[in-house]
Ligand binder design. Structure first.
Ligand code: FMN
Length: 185
């Protein structure tokens, strides 16, 4: 797939087959995150990879993820927790850039995964306090996002269909609404 096809076909996958992700592919995904640009090249991102079903099961159980709307991550063969080390943050014009940097890096991983037919779903709904405690994260680390990674299941659960419908996941604003071509008045 070229980049346009990748961008156009990607969607949030919430139903996973249990098939493992080959080691070389997982490395390629992680490498795509490593190569991302960042403000002043500070590379604040830090990744915690869960690649064992039993570890993922314990994670979801102990950190309340199951109790939230994100229980579907328990079926994925890999879960990646995207963190940022604030010691590597860049502040420009009063704005912290660790979120931007880590988001770019994580999205590069997501698109690389999709090129291999591996789906994912950005997740912001989690308890950072519970997760940080469970993972024993250093005080300077923030958790930016979580995503399951795995091959999409053909059959979607009622729940994931409901979530896609509720978030109107296919809807995007038209270009005219989000873009203005500047003309000096
Ligand atoms: C920053 C961010 C946080 C999100 N958090 C969640 C989440 O916690 N749970 C979930 O099921 N989907 C989550 N999503 C997925 C969005 O609902 C989804 O991207 C949006 O509806 C568009 O659908 P699509 O990804 O299928 O194109 C999140 C997406 C982003 C970018």
């Amino acid at each position: 797939m070229d980049i346009q096809e990748l961008i156009q076909s990607r969607y949030s996958v919430r139903d996973f087959r249990p098939d493992p992700i080959p080691e070389a592919v997982l490395q390629e995904i992680l490498e795509a995150g490593r190569l991302a640009p960042s403000a002043q090249n500070r590379q604040p991102w830090r990744y915690i990879v869960f690649d064992k079903p039993e570890e993922i099961r314990i994670l979801t159980k102990k950190t309340g993820l199951i109790g939230l709307s994100n229980f579907f991550i328990k079926d994925a063969p890999v879960v990646i927790i995207a963190c940022a080390d604030l010691k590597k943050n860049t502040r420009i014009n009063g704005k912290d850039y660790y979120l931007v940097d880590t988001a770019i890096s994580f999205q590069q991983m997501i698109l690389t995964a999709w090129q291999h037919g591996i789906g994912s779903c950005w997740m912001a709904a989690f308890s950072e306090a519970l997760l940080a405690k469970y993972l024993g994260l250093p005080k300077s680390w923030k958790i930016v996002a979580i995503s399951p990674f795995g091959y999409p299941k053909e059959d979607k659960t009622m729940y994931s269909k409901f979530l896609s419908a509720m978030s109107k996941s296919k809807d995007r604003q038209p270009l005219e609404q989000i873009v203005q071509f500047w003309k000096t008045p």
